[in-house]
Design a protein around this ligand. Structure first.
Ligand code: PA5
Length: 471
């Protein structure tokens, strides 16, 4: 473990609590002491079940039929990479450094869980204009582009325009199954372009493609046929949307120069807190239980992740997928929505303040900015009347917006809670990703929905393939 302590992220639901002294409406929309008494022992049982699921993978025993599919191996990834599996992590770091030396652009191909985590890491940890910066200011790391996450001809063509004819780029292609059409089609297109770029240099071509895939499948076979020197596995028992802390998220992150060790340390710290903290002081367990309670007892069927910072938007989209694909089953599952404030106070804010009372708003707030605070300066042109705010900084304005928005919500019994990050960095994000993955699994176990697998997604895939082959 790192010598540097990891400042903990926290989950605060005190704003949801109501007492006997409150008005009837406050009690109807909030959480009472009796609710918490009901919840705590159930969360304790859930913790035991989630830990036992992880234990099944540690022992390598058979997975009981009623548990399948079971992708609980994500839980141990942080400790494994930092301990017994350090060699695999070193391999990821070495390949990332090699790519960073050899190329200036990396195209990451993947969709869903094979893409959203890497994107969230890039937006959360890198300079917001990373791709626009000169190489030196990127710390010598490559630019990164994401494709294969849609079927958009013009978007693909535009990225091809950017890389065609140059030989300073590489492909990381990520697909656990190896058979996802969007990613497979994009890989074929970009492979052909890269082949032309590398001209007759077959060795260079091989080194410029790094697949991340399951132990078997079409992409694994293709990698063998191409002769890729390095293929990173997505271990059995790690499902797509739970794979951010495997090579799926770590390799692109390491290429960008993100401190993946710190990220894993943050996640390991969250595991420790999940194992040991009392249920209602346990960020993952409490978040799962409180969110569920608000859904079933208070009708909060829409879950708003209200992020306060542009760097958190892709994290929110990653979470949208995690929640929707994991718990949107059997006619159940809250609807996830991500907002970025203050931007979305000017779009969705009206509805959140006065619309249907079906929402739980969980703020994701970062306590300290990473860069020098910008102050509002006194100006000779005061037509905008901003001189009275002179000296205040952008973080002051954001804090006022945060407090004002939440006071306004609470005055009308619009229900809010908060996840607080001391800083937007790898240590905090590692905790947050792991917290949200554990919470999603815990909630599934709490209500008897298997959080793993996504049988509903197969419906569109089957029909799309059938239609395409009929034409
Ligand atoms: O969570 C999941 O399993 C999915 O979102 C997958 O990640 C997504 O469908 C991509 O699958 P694959 O990695 O097999 O290409």
């Amino acid at each position: 473990m790192s010598t540097l302590p990891i400042p903990p992220i926290t989950y605060d639901f005190s704003t949801l609590l109501s007492s006997a002294a409150d008005s009837q409406f406050a009690r109807q929309t909030g959480i009472a002491a009796a609710d918490l008494q009901w919840l705590a022992p159930r969360l304790e049982m859930v913790r035991r079940e989630v830990l036992a699921d992880g234990e099944l993978f540690r022992k390598g025993g058979p997975i009981p039929a009623e548990k399948q599919p079971l992708d609980a191996a994500f839980f141990d990834l942080p400790e494994n990479f930092l301990g017994p599996d350090r060699k695999t992590l070193d391999g990821i770091l070495a390949t990332a450094d090699r790519l960073a030396k050899e190329v200036d652009r990396v195209v990451v191909l993947g969709i869903g869980g094979s893409y959203m985590g890497a994107r969230a890491l890039m937006e959360g940890c890198c300079h917001p204009y990373h791709n626009e910066l000169p190489r030196k200011r990127r710390g010598g790391r490559p630019r990164m582009y994401f494709e294969g996450n849609n079927v958009d001809n013009d978007a693909v063509q535009a990225l091809l325009d950017l890389v065609e004819g140059d030989d300073d780029w590489a492909i990381i292609v990520i697909s656990k199954s190896g058979g996802t059409l969007e990613t497979a089609v994009a890989f074929r297109v970009f492979y052909e372009t890269l082949k032309k770029s590398c001209q007759d240099d077959a060795e260079k071509l091989r080194r410029r493609i790094v697949p991340v895939t399951g132990e078997t499948g079409k992409l694994r076979d293709l990698a063998k046929a191409i002769g890729c020197p390095t293929v990173f596995p997505i271990p059995d028992g790690v499902g797509g949307r739970f794979s951010i802390l495997s090579a799926v998220g770590l390799l692109p992150a390491a290429v960008l120069g993100i401190d993946v060790v710190r990220l894993l340390e943050g996640a390991a710290a969250m595991n420790e807190s999940f194992r040991t903290a009392a249920p209602l002081e346990n960020p993952a367990l409490a978040y799962a239980g409180i969110s569920r309670l608000m859904e079933v007892r208070r009708g909060a069927t829409t879950r708003i992740l209200s992020t306060w910072g542009k760097g958190l938007e892709s994290l929110g989209l990653w979470y949208d997928q995690l929640l929707a694909e994991s718990l949107g089953k059997n006619g159940q599952g809250a609807t996830p929505i991500t907002v970025v404030n203050t931007r979305d106070l000017h779009s969705r804010g009206q509805q959140h303040q006065e619309g249907r009372r079906d929402k739980l708003i969980t703020n994701v707030a970062v306590e300290k900015v990473n860069r020098t605070p910008i102050a509002i300066e006194r100006s000779a042109l005061d037509q905008d009347k901003l001189n009275e705010l002179a000296g205040k900084t952008l973080p002051d304005v954001l804090r006022a917006a945060f407090e004002g928005t939440n006071q306004a919500y609470m005055d009308d019994f619009r229900r809010v809670a908060a996840i607080r990050l001391p800083l937007l960095d790898e240590g905090a994000l590692g905790q947050l990703f792991q917290m949200l993955m554990i919470a999603t699994v815990a909630e599934g176990r709490l209500v008897g929905i298997n959080p793993y697998g996504q049988p509903g997604v197969e419906a569109y895939k089957n029909k799309m393939n059938a239609i395409l082959r009929k034409w």
